[in-house]
Ligand binder design. Structure first.
Ligand code: NAD
Length: 308
């Protein structure tokens, strides 16, 4: 079974669009996202324009705040503080990576976690660990939606997460090991959770053997072809988060995108597998949109993140 993230994301976008239209028919304002972009990193510019396009499609208002590479850390923190208190903005993100002279940890720490629609601040992560309501990180939340859509159960299963980054590996592992995850007041409880989780990384010994014991493998390593057929037990679910550019002179752009899984050889063995592109990528963007709408909806209901 191919886990078609493109199709599931499209369905999720339709649902969001219907919801936002119904708010507007009630005379309410549109939800609003702000995106902070520093410098001219081409990949970041592409990600931001994709996010803006996705917002427009569902009816989320979006403001791009673009700054030159030489903005100081303090100037950027001032922008964050303004966004934290701007009541017209429901949520905002700072597109990463930031230039080297700006400490990413400092910037993330200053974002009000109640507006942290990327779910990346220490407060959001800490609250998630403790099982408190928090805005979920977009990529793990997207994987959650994908697994739920295809009725793939995690309770009692052995899930191997490869990668321990703050944006994918760690929050994914937390989400999976929790009791079925409650994120925000207006979201229904998820069926994802209650898994037995092993987190592997670049220093893990016997990665192959560990993977062979997995019911579900989620790989976010940035390493093309890392998960091979001999690492996957028949029928296992394989979620490929990796996005790697490899040279391919036969394509118009001179490169193509591949994941971290040797798709050709793993797909015949796996019970379910997400492709790259068209798997986790589209789910990540739609999760960001959902986070914005959920924060906005929570405000309408008077039930904000952080008010248990
Ligand atoms: P990262 O570089 O911060 O972390 C990579 C992790 O993989 C590290 O913890 C490292 O220990 C581990 N790792 C690296 N090589 C390994 C190996 N050979 N064996 C075992 N573990 C290994 O990366 P990240 O930000 O988490 O992103 C990982 C990949 O996922 C990248 O390709 C990135 O582009 C992609 N990504 C995709 C999405 C999406 O929406 N599809 C979102 C975020 C990241």
């Amino acid at each position: 079974m191919i886990l078609d993230g493109k199709m599931v994301a499209q369905e999720e976008r339709k649902k969001l669009c219907t919801l936002i239209t119904s708010y507007q028919e009630m005379g309410l304002r549109a939800p609003k996202l702000a995106i902070v972009l520093v410098g001219h990193n081409p990949a970041s510019e592409t990600y931001v324009s994709n996010k803006m396009k996705a917002c427009h499609e569902v009816g989320i208002e979006v403001d791009k705040l673009a700054f030159e590479e030489d903005i100081t850390e303090q100037e950027l923190l001032n922008v964050i503080h303004q966004l934290n208190t701007d009541s017209s903005v429901d949520g905002f993100i700072v597109q990463l990576p930031l230039p080297e002279h700006i400490r990413e940890s400092m910037v993330l720490t200053e974002i009000d976690y109640r507006k942290d629609v990327d779910g990346l601040t220490p407060m959001s992560m800490g609250r998630s660990i403790q099982g408190l309501r928090a805005i979920p990180s977009a990529t793990p939340a997207g994987i959650r939606t994908l697994l739920e859509y295809y009725h793939i159960q995690t309770a009692g299963k052995h899930v191997v997460v490869i990668g321990r980054s703050n944006i994918v590996g760690k929050p994914m592992a937390i989400m999976l090991m929790q009791r079925p995850y409650l994120s925000l007041p207006s979201m229904s409880a998820s069926t994802l959770g209650d898994a037995t989780v092993t987190v592997c990384h670049s220093k893990t010994d016997h990665l192959e053997a560990i993977c062979r014991t997995a019911d579900i493998i989620i790989v976010a390593a940035g390493c093309p072809g890392l998960v091979k057929a001999n690492m996957v037990q028949p029928g296992a679910t394989v979620i490929d988060v990796g996005i790697n550019r490899i040279e391919d002179p036969s394509t118009p752009r001179g490169y193509r995108l591949v994941g971290d899984v040797d798709f050709e050889h793993v797909a015949p063995i796996a019970g379910a597998i997400s492709p790259v592109p068209g798997g986790v990528g589209p789910m990540t963007i739609v999760s960001l949109l959902k986070n914005v709408v959920v924060v906005y909806g929570g405000k309408l209901l008077g039930a904000k993140v952080g008010e248990e």
